[in-house]
Design a protein around this ligand. Sequence first.
Ligand code: F6P
Length: 319
Amino acid sequence: MKTIGVLTSGGDSPGMNAAIRAVVRTGLDKHLRVMGIERGFTGLMDGEIFQMERFNVADIIQRGGTVLRTSRSAEFMTEEGQNKAYNILKAYGIEGLIVIGGDGTFRGALALAKYGIPIIGLPGTIDNDLAYTDYTIGFDTCVNTVLDAINKIRDTATSHERVSVVEVMGRHCGDIALFSGIAGGAECILVPEIGYTKEDVCRKILEGKQRGKRHNLIVIAEGAGGTVDLVKYIQEVTGLEARATILGYIQRGGSPSAMDRLMASKMGYKAVDLLLKGKSSRLIGIKHNKIIDEDVQEAMSLVKRIDEKLYEIADVLSY
Ligand code: F6P
């Protein structure tokens, strides 16, 4: 193998740059030509490709986002789009491809792998919604960003003796809410994987008030739905002032944490190593603190579940 390509696709996440850097520097160390593909699968279909050198990845390990930029491409999900992409890969002599992204990216990788191109995937998403890996690149930074916001919101909630409902991202996965909720000492954590009723939430708030709690912090995952309605309901039923904060895109940006940089560096190195060993259609992940790789199809067939024990702990500690 002489030439490999690297792209980032789907939602950006902090640590993607550290992963790109690791791929490029490991590739160069192994005397490979490393081609950077811009704007994900869209840029691949359009041939937005350039040869990467060491200087292209200098000074990026600490930056959020992705220097290769990213996109979500509907065209690439069609056979025509995939043919286009394959022909571009051939035209540039790219013999192995490393993709960094989430499940949409991996579905794209699977489609391309059918053409016989060796593909390795790195999990880059803030959502931590991939079952085959304990962590995804960007999740740790995201949780810390949410935590910082929760700490600030708590100051106001305490001062005004209010109920604060903080909505976080995560698509259909409750991990961002669960991890940041526990670390932030939330009174209530609402996730899509575990049902809740608005009545239960209000009961918890009122019981807490009776015990002398001066504020209530509720962290709700976007996938659990109905944040604004919940706030209205809480005000009506408890008679307490309640406010909603929808954190939005601040959760996706920012300088990656040490953990995300380290994980991205190890995974980027491993991706190049696997390609050179002739491996194909593998996803890299982390299980019990060890970097692992798993067949794409198998990894994608696993169903992500919430850590119920952790949820139980959150419930006990929030009393
Ligand atoms: O997958 C990352 C994520 O930020 C999700 O948490 C969120 O639901 C989604 O992307 C938002 O997507 P977009 O960037 O297309 O608005």
